[in-house]
Write a protein that binds this ligand. Structure first.
Ligand code: NAG
Ligand code: NAG
Ligand code: NAG
Length: 606
């Protein structure tokens, strides 16, 4: 009876032990928070409402968790990593007599193990960094580590609109040139809103090419109308386009590269050569295959020449009896009109005029023979004024006597082959010269002569001596403004025979002098040389004095005899005449020293 009670009791007891199937499994997060930071400990326990002799399994995201982490009803991870994040579930089970199995599944508990972001880097998922506008751009911010990350994107340091972001990607379906630039992604995460982590990618430069469009010239230096020396700066403005190269054309010709600076053409000191029609040509290409070009309209630039220093001169105008004017001409050789010419006398502006030419004339009243001071021209265009030299306003009428000296050239056997007459009045600031042969006015050039006027100083008539040149010569000088005042030189007959005949008495004088010299040498012997040298020196000095008194006419040599109408000159030849130097007026002092020039003798009739 007692034994049976014990057995029943034991049976009940056993029965009661084995009859407790697992029930009400639930996860208790013993380590505290479901939100961890990597490295933190995670301890979960599978709590039961009932059950004994229980075995436990753990699932992370539906997969069995390694046995090594399990300790009875607990799951323990000492140092979590982001791998340990996920949805945990515990499964408790027991069995009775290996036949009846009981199981209880907990609800899921989501554990988050946060990992700081690390190693952000941009991946260009759309392929090339060099796009054409309209292409798609897709960038991704790749991380070496990190979860629960939020992303920001920067373009040239500016935040990119949130609307373009999709998780870790930046997506632009149709790019424009505005999307060009330097991209950077910033990945960040935080733990429990207190610890923040950030990783910046390196920058990736994206180029979105846009075809050039709407080229237009902007005149940055201001006016299209400038004076030489001013700066010219043009810019080729575009409506669209980037990665552009520029060319400039002036009147259809390429402008030198050295003047170009990016989209600008710069000429620091312009000249009139820079005038013309400018055009800029902007072009770009995509991937060296598609080329785009935009031509601007033309802009006409005018560079005006500054006016050059004017020359001043005047002619005399006889208005009526005793009334004269000076007609003053101010003339510049360069300078773009309009030019303003002003005439100054010694103290003030007399007159001023703006003309479309490079010269202007002014009329100034005049009194002959009076010193009326100075005249000066001013020429002005732009901000630039230039002045002529000052010239005296004094008109001296021609006054006599009029002289006509001459020199001659000899050929190989001392024949006279050429004669040069000079014509000069004693005074006169505005002389006009005329030459006559046998009383007939000579043109400027004939078969055997030509005329060279060098007003106001003198005029020259050059002859080649021959049969046709024979005749009576004279010159006349008159005021250029009044030809009623002509003064005539004396008349001179000249032919090749008279020129080449050596008069008997000249021979006698020369021979006599020679004989005298021999006599002198034989008497004076050694002293003769010294004496001669001194004698020569004194003579030269004497000649020089005479030349200073009469610059053109000096030796009055009476080597002529007359026939009835005209003077006949028998020219003697002098060995020391250097004919070549006669051509040059500059060498007149030498001519005077070294040559003997024959003056015409007074004519018998006027
Ligand atoms: C998270 O922050 C809250 C307060 O903001 C604090 O009470 C809690 O202890 C923090 N948890 C951890 C794991 O640091
Ligand atoms: C650029 O041209 C090369 C060949 O010249 C080609 O392989 C490449 O795909 C082109 N890129 C684009 C974006 O068109
Ligand atoms: C000038 O007159 C002379 C005579 O007096 C004559 O022999 C000579 O041929 C004339 N010359 C000319 C060019 O007419």
């Amino acid at each position: 009876m007692f034994a049976s009670v014990f057995v029943i009791a034991l049976g009940l007891c056993y029965c009661s032990r084995a009859s407790k199937p697992v029930k009400g499994a639930e996860i208790e997060v013993r380590s505290g928070s479901v939100d961890l930071f990597e490295g933190n400990m995670l301890e979960l326990r599978c709590k039961l409402k009932a059950g004994n002799h229980v075995s436990y399994k753990w699932l992370l995201n539906g997969r069995l968790v390694s046995q090594s982490l399990l300790h009875d009803d607990r799951l323990l991870i000492n140092r979590t990593t982001s791998q340990d994040s996920g949805s945990y579930r515990c499964v408790a089970s027991n069995s009775f007599n290996q036949t009846d199995f009981f199981t209880s599944n907990s609800t899921e508990v989501v554990i988050t193990v946060r990992e700081p972001v690390k190693g952000a880097e941009i991946e260009v998922r759309s392929g090339s960094v060099d796009l054409f506008e309209g292409n798609m751009l897709e960038l991704r911010c790749k991380l070496k580590a990190g979860n629960h990350v939020s992303y920001k994107w920067l373009l040239n340091g500016q935040l990119v609109s949130q609307s373009l972001l999709h998780d870790d990607r930046l997506l632009i379906n149709r790019t424009t040139s505005q999307d060009s630039g330097s991209y950077r992604c910033v990945a960040s995460n935080s733990f429990n809103q207190t610890d923040f982590f950030t990783s910046n990618s390196t920058e990736v430069v994206i180029t979105v090419r846009e075809p050039v469009k709407g080229a237009e010239i902007e005149v940055r230096s201001g006016s299209v109308d400038l004076f030489e020396g001013n700066m010219l700066e043009l810019r080729c403005k575009l409506k669209a386009g980037n990665h552009v190269s520029y060319k400039w054309l002036l009147n259809g010709q390429l402008v030198s590269q050295s003047l170009l600076h990016d989209d600008r053409l710069l000429i620091n000191r312009t000249t009139s050569q820079d005038s013309g029609s400018y055009r800029c040509v902007a072009s770009n290409s995509f991937n060296q295959t598609d080329f785009f070009t935009s031509n601007s309209t033309e802009v006409v630039i005018t560079v005006r020449d500054l006016v050059s220093t004017p020359n001043i001169s005047f002619t005399v105008l006889k208005e009526d009896f005793q009334n004269y004017s000076a007609v003053v001409t101010c003339r510049s050789t360069r300078g773009t009109p309009p030019v303003t010419f002003s005439l100054y006398n010694s103290t003030e502006v007399i007159a001023s005029v703006t003309v479309e030419e490079q010269f202007a004339t002014f009329k100034v009243p005049l009194i002959l023979g009076q010193d009326l001071g100075f005249l000066q021209c001013q020429a002005r265009n732009g901000d630039n004024a230039t002045y002529s030299e000052k010239i005296p306003l004094e008109v001296v009428p021609v006054g006599g006597p009029v002289k006509m000296p001459y020199t001659y050239d000899s050929g190989e056997n001392y024949d006279v082959i050429g004669v040069t007459f000079y014509c000069k009045a004693e005074k006169g600031t505005h002389p006009r010269y005329q030459w006559f042969l046998n009383g007939t006015l000579l043109d400027d050039r004939g078969s055997f002569y030509y005329v060279d006027h060098q007003p106001p100083e003198m005029a020259m008539l050059m002859l080649s001596v021959g049969d046709s040149s024979a005749g009576t010569y004279h010159c006349e000088v008159s005021d250029s403004f009044d030809n009623t005042t002509a003064i005539s030189s004396r008349r001179l007959y000249l032919d090749k025979h008279t020129l080449n005949r050596l008069p008997v008495w000249v021979v006698a004088v020369v021979f006599g002098s020679f004989t005298f010299l021999i006599l002198l040498v034989s008497v004076c012997c050694g002293l003769g040389v010294v004496f001669r040298r001194r004698h020569y020196g004194e003579k030269s000095l004497l000649d020089f004095e005479m030349e200073r008194m009469t610059p053109v006419y000096y030796g009055k040599l009476d080597l002529s005899h007359y026939n009835e109408d005209t003077d006949v000159v028998n020219a003697a030849r002098w060995g020391e005449v250097d004919q070549a130097s006669l051509d040059s007026v500059d060498e007149w002092p030498q001519i005077e020293e070294e040559k003997k020039t024959l003056e015409d003798e007074p004519a018998e009739e006027p």
